[in-house]
Design a protein around this ligand. Structure first.
Ligand SMILES: NC(=O)c1ccc[n+]([C@@H]2O[C@H](COP(=O)([O-])OP(=O)(O)OC[C@H]3O[C@@H](n4cnc5c(N)ncnc54)[C@H](OP(=O)(O)O)[C@@H]3O)[C@@H](O)[C@H]2O)c1
Length: 274
């Protein structure tokens, strides 16, 4: 029925996108990963996925242009040329800088420069290359939707309302990604391509396990602030299934006609991030 190319499908939300979209055998779902052998093995041991012939795993690394180019050529062979949905899900999210503000991180300018570069290489430049290389396939698709995974951290009004000083490098790179989305939208809207970004809320994909005691304290303070922002919030989702289901709804309902071109929205379909 529809074809999907999703990057970053070895684990977390990307893997769940593959699971949910491939549950319809009429869909063709292509996942791009850095380590194909490891993901093939994981799928072969997954009771849901192991017998699904509509799932295809290809190598694709956002910082390896040649791998993305090859993946686009291979994806075109699998689908017959077009891709309906392109999902830029992969991201770099290092631990350094996840819990401190810029003032503290700026005390180590060399490390700061190195880390910020890593965020930009993957989350910004990598996604520009990914979208550019797959756009010819999207233009041949029926649905023509390009979706990037963003975060509430990238939203300036949210940052100001909740005073979110933590994760500045990640937030800056995702705010830049929102602009990448807007720029692609401005360029391709006239060709009928909806380009937009969607955030998943907060999903525990193991990102909190390496936190030190001090970092855990900082995280708890942040969660306390979130309770004020969203009193119904009871903590991160334990698994990605609900977030992916909600984002799929947002992706389905979004259209150029509905005014979504170039926008970035939460899993709730608005600018409330929880
Ligand atoms: N979880 C949350 O609460 C949350 C909140 C807001 C936004 N998001 C966004 O949602 C998306 C998915 O995140 P997640 O929570 O599922 O994270 P995750 O579990 O850490 O998964 C990240 C995925 O990206 C892949 N990846 C990393 N660097 C890559 C590269 N250079 N090239 C290709 N793939 C690469 C990883 O592959 P490897 O296995 O090879 O490392 C992995 O498959 C991200 O864009 C993230 O920023 C997540």
């Amino acid at each position: 029925m529809s074809s999907y190319v999703i990057i970053g499908t070895s684990r977390g939300l990307g893997y769940e996108f593959v699971r949910q979209y491939s549950s319809n055998p009429a869909n063709t779902v292509i996942g791009l990963v850095r380590n194909k052998a490891a993901t093939d093995k994981k799928i072969s041991e997954d009771a849901d996925l192991k017998s699904r012939s509509n799932v295809h795993i290809l190598e694709g690394d956002l910082v390896d242009y040649a791998s993305l180019k090859k993946a686009a050529a291979d994806a075109a062979k699998i689908t017959g040329g077009g891709v309906d949905y392109l999902i830029a899900n992969a991201a770099f999210g290092g631990q350094w800088g996840a819990y401190n503000g810029l003032g503290k991180l700026g005390a180590d300018p060399e490390r700061l420069a190195k880390e910020l570069q890593a965020y930009f290489d993957v989350n910004v430049l990598g996604n520009i290359n990914f979208i550019t290389l797959f756009m010819p396939l999207v233009l041949k698709g029926k649905v023509k939707k390009v979706i990037a995974l963003t975060t509430g951290y990238s939203d300036i009004p949210f940052t100001n309302e909740v005073d979110v000083a933590s994760a500045p490098l990640y937030s800056i790179s995702k705010a830049a990604l929102n602009m990448v989305v807007a720029k692609f939208s401005a360029e391709y809207k006239k060709h009928g391509v909806l380009v937009m970004a969607v955030a998943p809320g907060i999903v525990d994909v193991g990102q909190f396990v390496e936190a030190t005691e001090e970092q855990t304290k900082g995280l708890q303070e942040f969660m306390g602030k979130l309770l004020k922002y969203a009193p119904h919030f009871t903590g991160p989702d334990k698994t990605p299934d609900n977030a992916v289901r909600l984002m799929r709804g947002v992706i389905d309902n979004a259209s150029i006609e509905n005014g979504n071109a170039g926008d970035y929205l939460s899993q709730l379909g608005n600018k409330r991030w929880l």
